[in-house]
Design a protein around this ligand. Structure first.
Ligand SMILES: Cc1cc2nc3c(=O)[nH]c(=O)nc-3n(C[C@H](O)[C@H](O)[C@H](O)COP(=O)(O)OP(=O)(O)OC[C@H]3O[C@@H](n4cnc5c(N)ncnc54)[C@H](O)[C@@H]3O)c2cc1C
Length: 361
């Protein structure tokens, strides 16, 4: 059994893996070059879903993630980082409507919860929506979806177990000898002996893998998120409208996004006119949003392995080096983290991880 495990990255994946390793009896050090939750997990839409995820194995992994969130939230009093309010989605033109019909048909075939609502039914769920923005019918509702507050979940996870926390100290080297990782070197010149290492470095996972001599192809993309000031508008769930996606963000704040907005990021700078356009779409949908101002605009980097699927589990050529790298980490982390941790400790080698192994590249 690996007794001393170094987890690289204190985002939602690193926290999930670290806590599960510690619960299973390992001595764990979680290392981050910054503070916890300051990477992608601090700038994410964090919608928990398996809404059209393909192939089937990815769908099932996501369902496992949604169940794990529900289970944890059910076990912990005051666990209000998890919000299972459902998700509404509709199209603007015939092409979008047809895409949505196909998606709903395909998730229903998988036994996933989805149903069609009329305008009147949606207004009972979301009374502050401007009725003129809704079609009379054909609004898809996915009741088991929701969203998480990753920073609060990470805080909770890290507080529940005895692990060494090593913040503001980047991993700069990984020592390999005899086909195994022996230790991890940090910017502070510290050297951490390791029976096993888990790469949870999110968008920097390729650089961390390279330190161990492994090549992980990644196609990271930028995403732009608009956070409003607190505002007295009733938004109770995730909403994917044609020109704006939004959800509550705690304390009365709202979080707004569209995929078009992602193109407006130039590094950390975002075109103001593009932000204004999304806010305007939010105000058209929920007129009460006019009372809000934009509190911040954040750019997050999606950690996307080259084929879009997660990379999970042990590297065959370096058997004590493991991966937990994924887009959809907000959905997957608790479940995928538990599978990865079990494998690190040699307790289980889940078949569920088979489609997501590093060797497929
Ligand atoms: C705009 C946007 C929208 C998204 N929407 C969703 C969604 O709706 N649903 C969903 O499920 N997912 C969504 N995601 C993806 C999800 O947020 C990520 O998959 C998840 O946050 C990744 O978590 P992580 O812990 O793997 O990475 P991170 O949170 O980035 O954590 C990695 C950590 O590793 C540290 N690190 C990196 N290199 C080193 C090093 N050399 N040494 C030490 N530490 C290091 C970093 O500092 C960082 O803290 C979205 C992402 C974005 C950007």
């Amino acid at each position: 059994m690996a007794e001393q495990v170094v987890v690289i990255g204190a985002g939602i994946d690193g926290a999930a893996v670290g806590v599960e390793l510690a619960r299973r009896g390992a001595r764990v050090t979680v290392v981050d070059s910054g503070p916890p939750a300051a990477g992608t997990s601090g700038a994410t839409f964090s919608w928990t879903n398996s809404n059209g995820k393909q192939p089937r194995a990815y769908h099932e992994l996501s369902i496992g993630g949604m169940r794990a969130h529900r289970r944890l939230a059910g076990e912990v009093a005051g666990s209000d980082w998890y919000h299972e309010g459902g998700n509404l989605e509709w199209g603007d033109d015939e092409t979008e409507r047809e895409q949505l019909r196909r998606k709903v048909d395909s998730v229903l075939e998988y036994g996933y919860e989805a149903r069609w609502l009329t305008r009147a039914e949606v207004l009972r769920l979301e009374p502050d929506i401007n009725p003129a923005e809704l079609p009379a019918e054909g609004i898809a509702y996915f009741p088991s979806e929701g969203w998480v507050e990753p920073a609060r979940l990470i805080g909770h996870l890290l507080s529940t177990v005895d692990i060494e926390r090593c913040w503001h100290d980047a991993v700069t080297g990984i020592d390999v000898a005899g086909g195994r990782v022996r230790s991890v070197r940090l910017a502070s010149a510290r050297r951490l002996p390791a029976d096993a290492v888990v790469n949870c470095a999110g968008p920097a996972a390729a650089q961390v893998a390279a330190l161990a001599g492994l090549e992980l192809p990644m196609n990271n993309t930028r995403g732009v998120l608009i956070y409003t000031s607190p505002v007295a508008v009733s938004v109770a769930r995730v909403v994917h409208a044609p020109r704006v996606h939004l959800r509550p963000d705690g304390g009365g704040r709202l979080l707004l996004h569209t995929h078009e907005l992602d193109d407006a990021a130039d590094g950390a700078t975002v075109d103001e006119a593009a932000v204004e356009k999304v806010v305007e779409a939010g105000c058209a949908l929920y007129p009460g949003i006019r009372a809000a101002s934009v509190e911040s605009v954040r750019v997050g980097v999606r950690p996307i392995p080259a084929d879009g699927l997660p990379v999970l589990g042990r590297a065959r050529e370096l058997p004590n080096f493991h991966f937990a790298v994924s887009h959809s980490g907000a959905t997957l982390s608790l479940h995928a983290g538990a599978l990865v941790a079990a494998e690190v400790l040699g307790e289980d080698r889940s078949e569920e991880l088979a489609p997501f192994r590093f060797e497929r590249f």
